[in-house]
Design a protein. Structure first.
Length: 164
C-alpha cells in the first residue's frame, strides 16, 4: 500500500486570543445590566387562576403586575369580575379546554374589544362565546404610565374543566 506524499509545515499559526479577565467580566456585567433593564422597563405579569368549587371548574387567570417605576403599572382585573358560564351542551359532552382571549382595555378600565387568539384542548364555539361574553363585562384598574391612565392590552386564559 502506498501513501500520498504530503508536506509537513513547520510554520506555526497563532490561535486568536479569547477575551480574558477584566474585559470578559465587563462584557458579562454589561449583558446582565441590559437584561435587568429590559425587564424593569417592560415589566412582567404573573398569571394566577382561582379555582371554582363544585364538580365544574371554570377559571380565569388574573394578571398582576410589578410596579417597576413610580406611577407605572399594567391593567389589573377587579376581584368582582364574573366567571363564564359553562355551556350546557359542552358540559354534557364532557368537552374541556382553554380559551385564550385578548382584551383591549381603555383608560377607564373597561373592555373595549375582546377576541379569541388561541385554544388548548377542546375547541368549541360555545366555549369561545361564553368566555367572550363574561370577559366583556370585566372591569380593570387601568394601566398607568407616568401617573396617567392609558389604553392597554391583556391576555386572559379561561379554563373550562368538567371535574369528571
Amino acid at each position: 500500500m502506498s501513501s500520498i506524499p504530503h508536506q509537513h509545515s513547520s510554520t506555526h499559526h497563532p490561535v486568536p486570543a479569547r477575551p480574558q479577565g477584566v474585559a470578559a467580566a465587563w462584557l458579562w456585567g454589561l449583558l446582565a445590566v441590559a437584561v435587568v433593564t429590559i425587564f424593569s422597563v417592560l415589566g412582567y405579569r404573573t398569571l394566577q387562576a382561582p379555582v371554582a368549587s363544585g364538580p365544574v371548574s371554570i377559571t380565569t387567570a388574573d394578571t398582576t403586575s410589578v410596579v417597576s417605576v413610580a406611577g407605572n403599572r399594567d391593567a389589573e382585573p377587579l376581584s368582582s369580575n364574573p366567571t363564564p358560564d359553562y355551556p350546557a351542551a359542552a358540559l354534557n359532552a364532557g368537552l374541556e379546554g382553554d380559551v385564550i382571549v385578548r382584551l383591549q382595555i381603555d383608560a377607564n378600565g373597561k373592555v373595549s374589544q375582546a377576541s379569541v387568539i388561541g385554544h388548548e384542548g377542546g375547541v368549541d364555539p360555545a366555549l369561545d362565546k361564553a368566555a367572550i361574553e363574561a370577559l366583556r363585562q370585566w372591569r380593570f384598574q387601568p394601566a398607568m404610565r407616568d401617573g396617567r391612565a392609558i389604553n392597554s392590552v391583556v391576555q386572559v386564559p379561561v379554563e373550562f374543566r368538567t371535574g369528571r
